[in-house]
Design a protein around this ligand. Structure first.
Ligand code: 13P
Ligand code: SF4
Length: 324
């Protein structure tokens, strides 16, 4: 009979063995299916460990276009799978949890975009990659948080409709004051949920800390930031800075890659409380990756005509980002 601490050790050993068994099944299925797994930093650490590549939204889109394997598993939310399929339509793209969706992607409609186009002919429509294929098809160019400022600045038009994220849109407008930016009304419940009070409490308690924030945060929260960037850019800055303490204002999922990338630097990473978590990304567990590979389930299928139009703004983003 196993008791007390022994029972705990036994349970941990069993959990580790089960985790390793799933990881081994995924490795076998990847070979069998000729599959590549791409993961976002917000999915659980065990899923990131199984992935062939982990990245921010821009890196995942750019990589997806170049994958030559038959199957791409996109361990992330629905719009990421759609982007991969749009950019590499000859591959089978699987979403381990097709119902894991980004609420912000649905916070603007095609009708709203068309109404603004009618009222303001000549306006350029910029859509955040966190959007549906239909919204992409109604837009002129896509952006991610890593390139939005540079792409908006590079556009020839002086009037911009930015959808759906009002926080990223406002941040872009502030960085590119020469343009007139009209914002959508969407927001990320995770980033917009970070309270300025929780950030100020951390900053007061750790006055030497560098504050790294995602531009999906509110204006009041960004006012506290020393650095603003995408998840990859936050991780890059965390490793590059000499600061020993870091206040990180994005979803806690980045902790895994931060630990890996900044290993041995002895940095302390602090999150506002409650630590931001994305419940949709959290659903993408190793078991779901294994099941989708085994069953070839969760395939992304897009109407051909819609896909043809929705691909253009994504390709334009990749093109503009490459030229900068
Ligand atoms: P990035 O990883 O591109 O910064 O995006 C963050 C995010 O919220 C994805 O949904
Ligand atoms: Fe959407 Fe926010 Fe989750 Fe990213 S973190 S997928 S923007 S809800």
């Amino acid at each position: 009979m196993v008791q007390g601490a022994g029972r705990e050790a036994h349970a941990t050993a069993r959990a580790n063995a089960e985790e390793e068994a799933v990881a081994e099944q995924v490795r076998c299925l990847k070979r069998e299916r000729d599959a590549v797994v791409l993961a976002h930093y917000y999915v659980p650490p065990e899923t990131q460990e199984l992935a062939d590549h982990v990245g921010d939204s821009f890196a995942l889109a750019r990589l997806a276009r170049t994958i030559e394997a038959q199957v791409i598993v996109l361990a992330g939310v629905a719009f990421m799978g759609e982007s991969a399929k749009l950019l590499n339509p000859r591959r089978t793209v699987l979403l381990p949890v097709p119902e894991a969706d980004c609420p912000m992607a649905h916070m603007v409609s095609v009708e709203q975009i068309e109404r603004v186009r009618e009222e303001r002919p000549g306006i350029v429509v910029v859509c955040y990659v966190n959007s549906t294929a239909e919204v992409k098809a109604a837009s002129d160019v896509c952006v991610t948080s890593s390139n939005a400022v540079g792409i908006v600045r590079a556009l020839p038009q002086s009037e911009v409709l930015f959808v759906p994220d009002m926080n990223l849109g406002r941040y872009v407008a502030q960085q590119v004051p020469e343009k007139h930016v009209i914002m959508g009304r969407g927001w990320c419940p995770r980033h917009a949920g970070i309270s300025p009070e929780s950030v100020r409490a951390l900053v007061d308690a750790h006055p030497m800390a560098e504050v790294l924030a995602h531009p999906e945060c509110t204006e009041e929260v960004l006012a506290e930031a020393d650095f603003v960037g995408s998840t990859s850019q936050i991780i890059g800055r965390a490793c590059a800075t000499h600061a020993r303490e870091l206040v990180v204002l994005t979803v806690e999922g980045v902790t895994h890659e931060l630990g890996r990338a900044c290993a041995g630097q002895g940095k302390t990473v602090l999150f506002p409380q409650p630590a931001p978590a994305c419940p949709n990304m959290s659903l993408v567990t190793p078991e779901r990756v294994r099941d989708c590979l085994r069953d070839l389930s969760g395939e992304v299928a897009l109407d051909e005509r819609l896909a043809a139009t929705a691909t253009r703004p994504l390709e334009r983003m990749l093109d503009l980002a490459e030229r900068r």
